[in-house]
Design a protein around this ligand. Structure first.
Ligand SMILES: C[S@@+](CC[C@H](N)C(=O)[O-])C[C@H]1O[C@@H](n2cnc3c(N)ncnc32)[C@H](O)[C@@H]1O
Length: 258
């Protein structure tokens, strides 16, 4: 089983980041757009009921609203400050953990979640998604694969043995978790998106500004010394391209039917 950061730490980091999230979340917006662009509903019930699980500030919620204006949109996030910023985009707003949804069985036609799964236990999340979806309900999920932040890991490997990223899952693990939960018609797509930054400080600041800094057991607990920081900067500089310092995101988009 993946060793994730403690839930309270994840929630606190996202709560603190709520006001800086939208300025920094360029990649997250791009992923929502890609997830929606490839998502279609073959049959639309008269009143479509959609859940955005881990809605953050509601960028995905607003896209869903624009695509299906008459749908009933419910949103869930466990960070209250995030949820507050998404509130006016939804019909129903609930502070909750997507691993234990406070909804009855078969409540939704669509379960949507963008870039939240990597903070959770996938088996638990998909079992909950299957429980709250109606038969033939649709799931759309995006998450990050192990190639995410490969430059950062390679630069840190020259400096220390601590963990510097989350334990990201391979697509095969995501598929297995979806199958375990009883989903069918599973389609997984993978693409690398790259963000560029002028320097390492700006790059790390951007990760913190969206609240994605906790990495779990094995993380460095104290500040880095000056020498270690300089070695890290030199190691990361080897990845520089004409556009700047790259940060790769190994994006996995998943679609399935309950
Ligand atoms: C990277 S943000 C993505 C937000 C939004 N979906 C987007 O694409 O902009 C991850 C969000 O998931 C929430 N989150 C993480 N784990 C969660 C959990 N177990 N239950 C509910 N929300 C969770 C965080 O509070 C945060 O708002």
């Amino acid at each position: 089983m993946k060793s994730l950061p403690a839930k309270q730490r994840i929630r606190d980091a996202f709560d603190r980041a709520a006001t800086s999230y939208d300025t920094a979340a360029v990649l997250q917006r791009q992923v929502c757009e890609h997830l929606l662009a490839r998502f279609d509903l073959p049959e639309k019930p008269a009143t479509l009921s959609i859940l955005d699980a881990g809605c953050g500030t509601g960028y995905g919620t607003r896209l869903l609203r624009a695509r299906w204006p008459s749908a009933h949109l419910s949103i869930v996030d466990f960070a209250p400050a995030m949820l507050d910023l998404a509130r006016n985009a939804a019909d129903t707003c609930t502070t909750a953990d997507i691993e234990a949804l406070p909804f009855d069985e078969q409540s939704f036609d669509v379960w949507w979640s963008s870039l939240t799964l990597q903070w959770c236990n996938a088996d638990t999340v998909f079992a909950e998604a299957a429980r709250v979806l109606r038969p033939h309900g649709r799931l759309a999920v995006s998450t990050l694969g192990p190639g995410t932040f490969r430059e950062l890991r390679s630069a840190f490997a020259r400096v220390d043995d601590y963990r510097h990223t989350l334990p990201f899952s391979e697509p095969a693990m995501i598929r297995q978790s979806l199958q375990n939960a009883g989903f069918s018609g599973i389609s997984l797509q993978r693409e690398t998106l790259t963000q560029h930054y002028p320097d390492l400080k700006t790059l790390l600041h951007a990760v913190k500004a969206i609240g994605a800094n906790p990495v779990g057991p094995g993380a460095r607990s104290g500040m880095m010394g000056r020498n270690a920081w300089q070695s890290l900067e030199i190691a990361y500089e080897q990845h520089r391209t004409p556009e700047g310092l790259p940060a790769s995101y190994d994006v996995i988009l998943g679609y399935a039917e309950r």
